[in-house]
Design a protein around this ligand. Structure first.
Ligand code: C2E
Ligand code: MG
Ligand code: MG
Length: 400
């Protein structure tokens, strides 16, 4: 269970931030009103699973001194710097903390914006070592059914960009559950339950319809994107699935080939035959198919050849750090070569830093997806992100 520690000399700020965190599903949190008090606590229970929110302006031991003491403790958890001062002070303090090899998760200006807090915690959660993740609350099928029916599922979208030019080509739809009490719940906590509870068709329908609607909205704004939706093997056992998908595509006005259905490699390989006809019929209707998390599922070449996939997504475990790791590098290049042989578009998942991005540019993979480019985000954030991204990458001229 993650341990969240707030340090601020102002009790009002402590209460405010802890209630903001609680609203997002992060509780319990501890509060300390001074650096020494927090250090005493950390001496007993510092761990890599912690997140500390540190106010920089405190009487006595201030935030900067606290940062140095934290480094002395060899603290390995995450650190968020909070201040009412101007952004440059926060930036300098963050640089200092990084120089001490502390893991700075982010900076927050007071008053803390709930949206920023949510993004920060989501980022931390998705990167945190497994034991640090919130003790997964277990939900039952009835809870998930209520979420589906009650409209509590929301689609987040993660950009996929062209490696050669940096241009935005598409998005992957990733579902989240905005739980009224528990905050944002991630798919690994409810997709399995939906599958076991016979709810996955309803879930996929909700996600798919919202994604198509959104794709249409973007097109109307002049943003032509291919939209990917994850489907489960249980969807592919449904004989009327291809017709249903096609009918929704037609209603939405999005061209069939601009909808991509992603299927996880490990799942498909255990059950090829039963889904082969469904997959083939989807392709006949010009809907695109993508093989997800490639490299984790032991596909044989023969099986891959038999299924008419358009796209292959190389699993993030062979992407992040591949430039510095011979084994990853080898698996990555072999997957790339194979996908090319079979005429598939290649996507690298889990592009987390500049080194990963540079590696892909060298390798000539087609598309990239990952935190370096963007985290999954609500649809309304996409245009703002795009402007930032254009400023970050120098867009090279498109390939002929
Ligand atoms: P996936 O389809 O492989 O999606 C990619 C996952 O990797 C997402 O996790 C995404 O947030 C995360 N990710 C993206 N970039 C990076 C990165 O740079 N580094 C790291 N470490 N992770 C990154 P998320 O959203 O938690 O989804 C987990 C899985 O849940 C998805 O894996 C997908 O298999 C499943 N899922 C999501 N939405 C749906 C859905 O609507 N239906 C079904 N059946 N499954 C879904
Ligand atoms: Mg996927
Ligand atoms: Mg994947």
């Amino acid at each position: 269970m993650a341990h969240i520690l707030l340090i601020d000399d102002d009790p009002f700020q402590l209460t405010l931030l802890s209630s903001q965190l609680a609203k997002l599903g992060w509780e319990p949190v501890d509060g300390c009103m001074s650096g020494p008090e927090a250090l005493a606590l950390l001496e007993v229970q510092a761990s890599g699973e912690q997140v500390i929110f540190l106010d920089l302006n405190m009487p006595g031991m201030d935030g900067v001194e606290f940062i140095r003491r934290l480094a002395d403790l060899s603290y390995t958890g995450a650190l968020v710097l909070v201040s009412g001062e101007d952004a440059r002070i926060l930036e300098t303090a963050a640089r200092l903390a990084r120089a001490y090899h502390l893991n700075v998760l982010g900076r927050l200006n007071k008053p803390v914006q709930p949206e920023l807090l949510r993004t920060l915690m989501e980022h931390w959660y998705s990167k945190a070592p497994a034991p640090a993740r919130k003790a997964p609350k277990s939900y039952c099928a009835a809870d998930v059914r209520r979420a589906i029916v009650g409209g509590e599922l929301v689609n987040y979208y993660q950009p996929k960009v062209d490696v050669a030019t940096g241009a935005l080509k598409g998005v992957e739809t990733l579902v989240r559950w905005r739980h009224p009490e528990d905050g944002l719940v991630f798919p690994d906590q409810f997709i399995g339950i939906a599958e076991q509870g016979g709810l996955i068709n309803d879930l996929t329908t909700v996600v798919l319809l919202a994604a198509l609607k959104q794709a249409r909205r973007w097109r109307d704004q002049g943003l032509v994107l291919r939209v990917a939706v994850n489907v489960s093997m249980d969807n592919l056992a449904q004989l009327d699935f291809p017709d249903f998908v096609l009918s929704q595509v037609v209603v939405s006005g999005v061209p069939a080939e601009d909808l991509i259905l992603e299927v996880t490699e490990s799942r498909i390989m255990t059950d090829v035959l039963s889904s082969l006809d469904i997959l083939t019929r989807l392709r006949l209707k010009h809907i695109s198919l993508s093989i997800d998390d490639f490299g984790t599922g032991h596909s044989s070449l023969a099986k891959l050849r038999d299924i008419p996939f358009n796209e292959l997504k190389i699993d993030r475990s062979f992407v992040h750090g591949a430039g510095q790791d011979n084994t990853k590098h080898a698996i990555f290049t072999a997957s790339l070569a194979m996908a090319r042989q079979l005429g598939m578009t290649t996507v690298a998942e889990g592009v987390e830093d500049q080194a990963d991005w540079d590696f892909l540019r060298q390798q000539g993979c087609d598309l990239a997806q990952g935190y370096f480019i963007a985290r999954p985000m609500p649809a309304e954030d996409l245009l703002g992100w795009l402007a930032d991204w254009h400023a970050r990458v120098e867009l090279a001229p498109s390939r002929p």
